[in-house]
Ligand binder design. Sequence first.
Ligand code: HEM
Length: 79
Amino acid sequence: MSDQRYSACIRWLHWTVAAGVAVQLALGWGSEALDGDAGMRLLRLHFQLGMVLLMLMLLRLACRIVRYLPDGLVSRRML
Ligand code: HEM
């Protein structure tokens, strides 16, 4: 199979993880900047979102292994 674009699942995961990493930066810095309960709450969110992003990154890797790349890219598929 050939295509001009990355698969929808890979594009969706790419932008979701990109947005999540931006939110992680804000949560990490925010938790450092705020004292007490508010800081702890942001840090807890930071942990939770970090775990979700790790899962999404693993899913992204799995998609990359089994899906074809768009036309013109050197490697066609990893498996
Ligand atoms: C894309 C993923 C992540 C990004 C971009 C990110 C980013 C950051 C940033 C910018 C800070 C503030 C650092 C500072 O100003 O000193 C921070 C702090 C922290 N992050 Fe993350 N983080 C990520 C994932 C995680 C995960 C998965 C965990 C744990 C399971 C984690 C645990 C922590 C902890 C414990 C702190 C506080 C460190 C301290 O108190 O000095 N982070 N993170």
